[in-house]
Design a protein around this ligand. Structure first.
Ligand code: SDX
Length: 431
């Protein structure tokens, strides 16, 4: 690569190569900066820093473009389903009929949670936060299957294939069990059903009566999980890569990603959006107070479901999900006053200079809760559903880290601004 960039430090020029990605993104390769100059770059939150090369997802935040392995999210939303897109992001290609069957068989064969593992739930109060339970129980998969999903899987791809299918299938089942546990309901066994039908069965069936989802419901659930499959180097995916870079196994890395996703600025936003819309509805107001509070700049008052660390345009997923809301509600013969409130809030914010000047648009979380609610999923389970949807993307990124023979442990530097050197003082001399 040509040395197209140079950095002048203390009067001396230091040339650095420019990397150009397959979509034309440019990066200055400064892997040798500290060795050459003794300097590091400071980039709080890594907004200007590429931590890796990746072939899974391409995001163009300025133009609102999202593609998984080259396929536009709009086309996957229209033609694909969650498990097919999961295969695509993990293995790089849409599955052939034979690959689809092998993958589906692995998912089915690994959908149950062993009785011994089910006992983990006994340690959680019914009102425990669902994401705290999810990360704990997914972490315990590493205890139960510690020979699996280690970092040397490239010697035995079956091991990875099995671990990946186990993670996708069992995290779905664990999510449903968390729902049942929080309501004091008995756990159910998975059936020989398609992925989303099984999720709805595991959540909503009764011992005496199976829940049989209508096609519109499973289609909507497939769409919403598909829209969450992967999203480049977001906070939780970067966390999975960070943990995986130490050689930690897949399940441990996924548990770390779940913890990162639980934050209200990340995956927890879908729950926060619904609580915001419900509050506007209950107060019979137009949401102006939320918009005005959000303009105060405090992180705790932000307009949830708005803004994005990368998109400076509409989040394409918000467009697709926003359009699907009307279709799903109509097909289910339901209406939801919160959807009208969401539309009005979006229109009001998009006319407000504070949001326009900062290029703040609805993101994936702004409308997703409307669909989850229409499917009968309670608000405190929304982020668990996000985690079920994001699991294939996390697995694909973990695989890139674990299978990289030239990979290095992630170890960012810092600028130390603490107290400079001083000598120890005995307690008798401390004032
Ligand atoms: C997800 O990264 C991903 O890809 C994440 C995700 C994925 O699929 O993995 O897309 C999923 O996490 C979506 C985001 C869900 N979070 C929310 O909806 C919470 C509300 N949004 C914000 O907290 C915020 O927009 C973030 C956290 C998403 C991004 O935060 P940044 O990168 O700090 O925002 P920024 O630097 O672009 O902010 C620029 C300005 C700041 O104001 P000034 O300092 O310039 O005056 O915009 C303001 C921010 O205060 N701002 C907001 C705002 N978001 C940014 N002000 C009010 N309401 C908001 N929502």
């Amino acid at each position: 690569m040509p040395n197209d960039a140079s950095i002048k430090i203390d009067g001396k020029e230091f040339p650095y190569p420019v990397m150009i990605g397959s979509e034309g993104e440019k990066a200055v390769d400064v892997r040798n900066l500290r060795k050459d100059t003794g300097y590091i770059f400071y980039d709080q939150g890594y907004g200007n820093t590429g931590s890796c090369e990746s072939q899974v997802t391409f995001l163009d935040g300025d133009n609102g473009i999202l593609r998984h392995r080259g396929y536009p999210i709009e086309q996957l939303a229209e033609h694909s389903n969650f498990i097919e897109t999961a295969y695509l992001v993990i293995y790089g290609e849409l599955p052939t009929a034979k690959q689809w069957k092998t993958f589906s068989d692995l998912l089915r064969a690994n959908s149950a949670i062993e009785t011994q593992m089910q006992r983990v739930f006994e340690g959680f109060p019914k009102d425990a936060p669902p994401m705290a339970m999810l990360s704990s129980i997914v972490g315990s998969l590493a205890a139960h299957y510690h020979q699996l999903a280690t970092n040397n899987f490239e010697k035995d791809l079956q091991q990875f294939d099995l671990a990946a299918a186990m993670a996708i299938s069992k995290i779905r089942t664990i999510g449903a069990m968390i729902y049942r546990h929080s309501r004091g309901l008995p756990f159910l066994h998975p059936k020989d059903l398609p992925f989303c039908d099984n999720l709805l069965h595991l959540m909503f069936s009764e011992p005496y009566q199976d829940y049989v989802a209508i096609p519109e419901v499973t289609k909507a659930l497939n769409l919403i999980l598909l829209m969450h499959t992967d999203h480049e180097q977001n906070c939780s995916t970067s966390t999975v890569r960070m943990v995986g870079s130490s050689g930690a196994n897949l399940f441990t890395s996924l548990s770390a990603g779940i913890n990162a996703l639980s934050g209200p600025l990340h995956g927890g936003a879908n729950t926060a959006v619904m609580n915001m819309l419900q509050s506007i509805h209950d107060e019979h107001d137009d949401g102006t107070r939320f918009i005005e509070a959000a303009k105060g700049g405090s992180k705790s008052n932000r307009l949830m479901g708005f803004g994005h660390a990368v998109y400076r345009n509409f989040d394409p997923r918000a467009r697709v999900i926003g359009q699907a809301c009307d279709v799903v509600l109509k097909k289910l013969g339901k209406s939801d006053p919160l959807l009208d409130i969401a539309h009005n809030l979006e229109q009001a914010a998009l006319k407000d200079d504070y949001f326009i000047s900062r290029k703040l648009y609805p993101n994936v979380d702004f409308y997703s809760g409307i669909i989850f609610r229409a499917l009968g999923i309670p608000t405190n389970m929304f982020t668990v559903m996000f985690a079920i949807g994001r699991t294939p993307g996390w697995i694909a990124n973990w695989k890139e880290v674990a299978s990289n023979p030239k990979g290095r442990i992630y170890r960012p530097r810092q600028v130390y601004t603490g107290v400079v050197k001083r000598d120890y003082v005995t307690i008798a001399k401390r004032s």
